[in-house]
Design a protein around this ligand. Structure first.
Ligand code: PLP
Length: 430
C-alpha cells in the first residue's frame, strides 16, 4: 500500500502544527512511530485516504461515530442547520428538544447544560461538585481518562490509594495534591482512600464501564459500593459517560449497571460527530450553576444549532429497535474470529468486549484494572496495528483503545477483518 501523499502532508504538517497533529493520540507514538494516514473521505464503515486507499474503520473517531460516517439523516440535519445560520448566541428550541431527549432516557439528569467537549463537561461537573459540597479533593481511578483539564491529568503515586503526581508538565503540584487515585475494581483501596481523606472529598469520578484502558467492566457490586461509600462520606458520584452513553444501549451505562450517580458528563456520540459535551444531575445540585447559583460556567458555542441538530438526528437514528443487538452480534463475531486466529497461530491474546466495543490485548492475563492493561504487550500491539493498517484496517494507534463497531459495518466487513487478523497473526508468529 502506497501512502506517499500522506507522507508529504505529514512533512508539511510538522512545519506548521505542533507535532503535525491536533491531538497527540493521532500521532503514532503508541505504536512505535510512523506516518499517520491522512483520510480524505468517510462513508459508512469505510475511509479513503489521500492516496486513494480504502479502509474499514474501527476507530470511530475515538467513539463518537456509531452510525457510520456521513450518515444521511445526520448529514441532512447538519445541512439544514448550516442553511439557517450556524450560531446565534441566543437560546433556540433545539436545545429544549435535545435536553428533553437526554432526560427521557437518563433520568438522573434532572437538569442539563450543553457545552462543547467531553473535557468541558467533566471539568464543570467537578467544579459544581466542589461548589455544592464546599470541599476540594477528587477521587479518580487509575488509567481512566477524563479529558485534558488540570485536575484529571494526575496519575497515581506509589501505593494502592495515594495523592497524585502531575501527569503533564504545567499541572501544579498543588493541583495534583487535590486528586486521589485508586485502582479500578478495588473496593478496599477505595475504602482506604475515603478513610484517610473522606471528609475532604467533593466527588468521585467514575467511568462506569471503562473505555480508556480498553473496555473494562466493573466487577459485581463494585459501583454500588462506590456509591454507598461515597454518599456515606458526604461526597458526590460523577459518572463520566463521554464514551459509554449511547455506545452500549440507547441511553447511558448507568442503565446497564443499575446504579445512579449524582451527576453525569456526556460527549462524543451525542454530537453525531460535531463538537459537543453535556452535563447534568439532580436538580438541587445543578441549581449551584450560574445564573441560578455561584458556580460559573459559560460558552459562546454552547448549545449551538449545528451540534444540537446533529445530536438530535444521531439519537433519532439510534432509537431504532434492535440496533444494539446487531452491534452485539457483529462484536461477538469479531471477538470469536480474533480468538480463533490467535489459537491457530499460537498467539496469546485477551479480548474484552461489551456489545459493539472491544479491546484486543496481547497477553493472557485477565484485564480488570489499569496495571494489567499496562502489562499487556505494547510492542506486539504496534506490530499488529501496522500489519492491519497495511491491509486496509484502521484501528486506534494505541494498545489501550477500543475497537468501535458502527451500525454501518456488515458481516462481510467483519469476515474481511478476521481474514486480515489471521494474516497479521501468521506474520507475527513466523
Ligand atoms: N471522558 C472520557 C471518558 C473520554 O474518553 C474523553 C475523550 O476521549 C473525554 C472525557 C474528553 O472528551 P473530549 O476529547 O471531547 O474533550
Amino acid at each position: 500500500m502506497k501512502i506517499t501523499q500522506s507522507e508529504a502532508l505529514h512533512k508539511e504538517a510538522q512545519q506548521h502544527i505542533v507535532g503535525g497533529v491536533n491531538s497527540p493520540s493521532r500521532a503514532y507514538k503508541g505504536v512505535g512511530g510512523g506516518t499517520p494516514v491522512y483520510m480524505e473521505r468517510g462513508e459508512g464503515a469505510y475511509f479513503w485516504d489521500v492516496d486513494g486507499n480504502k479502509y474499514i474503520d474501527f476507530l470511530g473517531a475515538y467513539g463518537p461515530i456509531i452510525t457510520g460516517h456521513a450518515h444521511p439523516h445526520i448529514t441532512e440535519a447538519i445541512k439544514k442547520a448550516a442553511e439557517n445560520g450556524v450560531l446565534y448566541g441566543t437560546p433556540t428550541k433545539l436545545e429544549n428538544i435535545f435536553a428533553q431527549k437526554l432526560k427521557a432516557t437518563i433520568p438522573s439528569m434532572e437538569k442539563v447544560r450543553f457545552v462543547n467537549s467531553g473535557t468541558e463537561a467533566v471539568m464543570t461537573t467537578v467544579r459544581v461538585a466542589r461548589a455544592y459540597t464546599n470541599r476540594e479533593k477528587v477521587i479518580k481511578f487509575a488509567g481512566c481518562y477524563h479529558g485534558h483539564f488540570d485536575t484529571v491529568l494526575v496519575q497515581a503515586g506509589s501505593g494502592p490509594a495515594t495523592l497524585g503526581n502531575p501527569d503533564s508538565a504545567g499541572v501544579t503540584k498543588a493541583t495534583a495534591q487535590e486528586v486521589i487515585t485508586v485502582p479500578f475494581n478495588d473496593i478496599e483501596a477505595f475504602q482506604a482512600a475515603l478513610d484517610t481523606w473522606g471528609d475532604e472529598v467533593a466527588a468521585v469520578l467514575v467511568e462506569p464501564i471503562v473505555g480508556n484502558f480498553g473496555i473494562v467492566e466493573p466487577v459485581e457490586g463494585f459501583l454500588q459500593q462506590v456509591n454507598n461509600l461515597t454518599h456515606d462520606a458526604g461526597a458526590l458520584v460523577i459518572y463520566d459517560e463521554v464514551i459509554t452513553a449511547f455506545r452500549f444501549t440507547y441511553g447511558s451505562a448507568q442503565k446497564i449497571v443499575g446504579v445512579e450517580p449524582d451527576m453525569t458528563a456526556l460527549g462524543k456520540i451525542i454530537g453525531g460527530g460535531l463538537p459537543i459535551g453535556a452535563y447534568g444531575g439532580k436538580q438541587e445540585i445543578m441549581e449551584t450553576v450560574a445564573p441560578l447559583g455561584p458556580a460559573y460556567q459559560a460558552g459562546t458555542m454552547a448549545g449551538n444549532p449545528a451540534s444540537m441538530s446533529a445530536g438530535i438526528a444521531c439519537l433519532e437514528v439510534l432509537e431504532e429497535a434492535g440496533l444494539y443487538d446487531r452491534l452485539d452480534q457483529l462484536g461477538a463475531m469479531l471477538e470469536k474470529g480474533m480468538l480463533d486466529a490467535a489459537e491457530k497461530h499460537g498467539i496469546d491474546i485477551t479480548v474484552n468486549r461489551l456489545k459493539g466495543a472491544l479491546t484486543l490485548y496481547f497477553g493472557s492475563e485477565t484485564i480488570t484494572n489499569y496495571a494489567q492493561a499496562e502489562a499487556s504487550d505494547g510492542e506486539k500491539f504496534g506490530q499488529f496495528f501496522k500489519l492491519m493498517l497495511q491491509q486496509g484496517i484502521n484501528l486506534a494507534p494505541s494498545k489501550y483503545e477500543a475497537w468501535f463497531l458502527t451500525i454501518a459495518h456488515t458481516e462481510d466487513d467483519i469476515k474481511e477483518t478476521i481474514a486480515c487478523i489471521d494474516k497479521a497473526f501468521a506474520e507475527m508468529a513466523s
